[in-house]
Every structure is written in structure tokens, then in C-alpha cells.
Design a protein around this ligand. Structure first.
Ligand SMILES: Nc1ncnc2c1ncn2[C@@H]1O[C@H](COP(=O)(O)OP(=O)(O)OP(=O)(O)O)[C@@H](O)[C@H]1O
Length: 128
């Protein structure tokens, strides 16, 4: 049925969460880089609570966690599409996968720099 003619259903909306959890399950099971991002994110949130970072700092930390994890999910999705349409080596597939990986790397590096700016002075105050 055409999407615009479908009736709105809360049950169907709730069922979409099932697909979301399947996505997270695949990510955790198949993507080792994503596991590292998730574990580091949990550590950063715990550190944020322990070091009592400000509201603005929380917003920056949380937005960057969301950005990096979302890009990792999109990267995984792109990799899967590539593997499906072209299991053999291809120059264009290489370009597509490298670009998607570069997007995750860029966000992860910006995130690392912001975390250093936010946490390093607080960690120094705490330990010194
Ligand atoms: N079919 C292909 N054709 C050309 N190059 C490929 C192909 N598959 C993988 N590559 C190259 O190998 C790299 C790693 O691809 P792979 O699919 O193994 O991702 P990965 O090891 O899971 O990487 P990531 O750490 O970004 O998740 C790609 O960035 C690309 O340069």
C-alpha cells in the first residue's frame, strides 16, 4: 500500500523499536570499532558525572557521542550495502567505504579533542 494512504497506528510505530534494537544488536555483534565507541562513551559519561561537568559541557559531550555513534551506524550500513552489491574488489566501492570511514574518523577525532579540552583540566585539578 502507498505510504501516504496508510493509517497511523501506535502499535506499528512501537513495532519499529524492534527494528531499532535489531540494528543495535548487529552493530554490537559485528562492528568491533562500534564496541570501542560505545565503551568509551560509557566511560566518558561516568567521568562527566564524577567530575561534575557543566550543563554546556554535558551538551557537547552528549551531542558528540550521538554524532560518532550515528556515523558509525551509517558507516556500517554503507559497508553492508557495498558488500551486498559488490563482494568483489572495486575502485568505486573502495572510494565509498573509505569516505564513510573518513566521516567516522573525523567526528571521532573532533570528539577526542573536545573531551581533552573538557576533561584534562578537571582531571589535573582532581589528581594534582
Ligand atoms: N569490495 C571492496 N572493493 C574495494 N575496496 C574494498 C572492498 N572491501 C573493502 N575495501 C577496502 O577495505 C577497507 C576496509 O573495508 P571493510 O569492509 O573491511 O571495513 P571494516 O574493516 O569493517 O572498516 P571500518 O573499520 O571502517 O568499519 C575499505 O575502507 C576499503 O578501502
Amino acid at each position: 500500500m502507498e505510504k501516504s494512504k496508510k493509517k497511523f497506528s501506535i502499535k506499528e510505530r512501537l513495532l519499529t523499536f524492534k527494528h531499532v534494537f535489531c540494528g543495535f544488536k548487529v552493530l554490537w555483534a559485528e562492528e568491533h570499532n562500534a564496541r570501542i565507541h560505545i565503551i568509551v562513551s560509557v566511560i566518558v559519561v561516568i567521568l562527566g558525572a564524577l567530575l561534575d561537568i557543566s550543563l554546556t559541557e554535558w551538551l557537547i559531550v552528549l551531542v558528540l557521542i550521538g554524532l560518532v555513534l550515528s556515523l558509525e551506524i551509517i558507516n556500517t550500513s554503507i559497508e553492508n550495502i557495498c558488500d551486498y552489491i559488490s563482494p568483489e574488489w572495486h575502485m568505486i566501492i573502495k572510494k565509498i567505504k573509505d569516505l564513510a570511514a573518513a566521516a567516522v574518523f573525523l567526528a571521532a577525532m573532533i570528539s577526542v579533542v573536545c573531551r581533552i579540552i573538557i576533561f584534562l583540566p578537571k582531571l589535573c585539578d582532581f589528581f594534582i
